[in-house]
Design a protein around this ligand. Structure first.
Ligand code: ADP
Ligand code: MG
Length: 445
């Protein structure tokens, strides 16, 4: 079936247009086939979801007409490929050939300036700035740890870029642990150990080693790195390490190496909170030249709770939508992108959802909440809805005002104040609020 796949894919090229085709279809590759079922792989979870929801049918149809009998198509993930270095952010599925930058050239798009600070990363950012400015003065090693997609690699490149400008003479080396290990193995097999050691121990002033967790369970590489570390440390050179977990949790690591990792400064990066996610979305959208309304930012910041890479993926999808349809990014588009493609930890809270839920609870219509009627039956639900938008979405008063039919923001402010006061005094009202929150899935038990 696999050669049919290639024909089927090509037949869609004209139909979809070059842009769409290259973005989503070209990166797909057949993985296996099994009695009438073909499984193809997409380069990321995000791309797989997008293809499933947008192209599964045309692909299956095209395939079926070539095979001449019913077929099923499964869109799965391509097996993880060892990334060829620098860990580029997952650009949904861009098939453009990635030309790796020359070794050790910092990635210019990863800078301190475009790293958004939040309570989740401020210590890591502060420490990274410090060592970039005063390498070797304090904190060797600087050990930055945290889950994937939260900016560790970004910070290493930012350090590299900053130090390279400030200290043109310093030799700055960025390398992933995987590259280090591979280089070491090759050197040891090809009699290149002397050159290898010279490079890492003598010709390095700042060593930025990414994803050190890869060295777990590799005693020879650990041994070599232990000596590299000691040599640089002895010369007061700066070492920065990143890892997906803290040194104490790095199993499969020699104790002497672990204690080296612990002797400097350990800082963690945690997932961004809601406000930081919003700030990141705004900054990234503006650098992409993608205009985003407040409600769209709101929806994405609420829905994508995992990591920054997912935020970027959502923006890439929105951007693709905008450039392909010529339509601005609406709340609807954002919601559908979220629902179809991003793994959600909880319900996507939006203005619309809150209004609908409140309206249903009180037996009124959502449009009444947005309207101007002063009838008692709608005034209370409207105040409740505004209050919930305020507390659950952390929306601004003008932002809420705009969503509620363009009222004055002082109206929203006084409605919220009033509701808070009533909630303090009225147990029945508190019960209503709890029920609505439960329906929205945000009531902690
Ligand atoms: P990690 O190395 O921790 O897995 P990366 O450094 O590769 O994560 O970050 C993933 C993507 O998210 C990158 O494109 C990076 O630029 C972006 N990113 C992460 N944190 C931030 C932040 N605080 N501000 C701006 N971009 C960020
Ligand atoms: Mg990384």
């Amino acid at each position: 079936m696999q050669h049919h796949w290639n024909e089927a894919v090509q037949s869609l090229r004209g139909q979809l247009g070059e842009h769409y085709f290259n973005l989503w279809i070209a990166p797909l590759a057949p993985l296996r086939e099994d009695s009438g079922t073909l499984t193809v792989g997409a380069p990321s979870e995000f791309a797989a979801g997008w293809v499933r929801s947008h192209y599964a049918k045309p692909l299956t149809d095209a395939l079926r007409s070539r095979v001449g009998r019913p077929v099923d198509l499964i869109i799965d993930l391509l097996p993880e490929q060892p990334s060829p270095a620098r860990n580029p952010p997952e650009r949904a599925a861009s098939p453009a050939p990635v030309v790796p930058p020359p070794a050790n050239a910092p990635e210019e798009r990863y800078t301190f300036e475009n790293f958004i600070e939040g309570p989740n990363n401020q210590f890591a950012l502060g420490a990274a700035r410090y060592v970039a400015d005063k390498p070797g003065m304090r904190w060797t090693p600087l050990f930055i740890h945290g889950p994937v997609g939260l900016g560790k690699t970004h910070l290493l490149h930012a350090i590299a870029g900053y130090s390279a400008r400030k200290f043109p003479g310093k030799r700055i080396r960025y390398v992933t642990a995987e590259e280090f290990i591979n280089e070491y193995i090759q050197a040891s097999q090809n009699g290149g150990m002397e050159a290898f050691r010279h490079k890492y121990r003598r010709q390095t002033d700042i060593l930025l080693l990414d994803d050190i967790e890869m060295i777990r369970g590799k005693p020879h590489s650990q041994e070599e790195f232990f000596h590299t570390f000691n040599s640089l440390y002895g010369e007061r050179k700066q070492i920065v390490l990143t890892s997906d977990r803290a040194p104490k949790d790095l199993d499969g690591l020699e104790d002497r190496l672990r204690s080296r990792f612990q002797q400097g400064l350990q800082v963690d990066i945690r997932p961004p909170d809601r406000a930081t996610r919003e700030a990141i979305l705004r900054a990234k959208a503006s650098s992409m030249g993608l205009p985003l309304e407040d409600d769209v930012v709101d929806c994405l910041a609420a829905g994508v709770t995992g990591n920054v890479r997912e935020l970027e993926a959502a923006l890439v999808a929105l951007d693709a939508h905008v450039s392909l349809t010529g339509q601005p990014a609406t709340l609807e588009t954002a919601e559908s992108i979220l629902h179809r493609t991003i793994h959600l930890d909880g319900p996507v809270l939006t203005f619309a959802l809150i209004m609908d839920t409140v309206a249903t609870h009180y037996g009124v219509r959502s449009q009444d909440l947005r309207g101007k009627s002063r009838r008692r039956e709608v005034v209370l639900p409207r105040q409740m809805a505004m209050h919930l938008c305020r507390t659950l979405l952390h929306a601004s008063f003008p932002g809420i005002a705009a969503q509620f039919g363009g009222k004055d923001h002082t109206t929203v402010l006084s409605a919220c104040r009033k509701m808070e006061k009533m909630l303090e005094q009225d147990e029945t009202l508190r019960q209503s609020e709890r029920m609505i929150r439960k329906t929205l899935g945000v009531e902690e038990n």
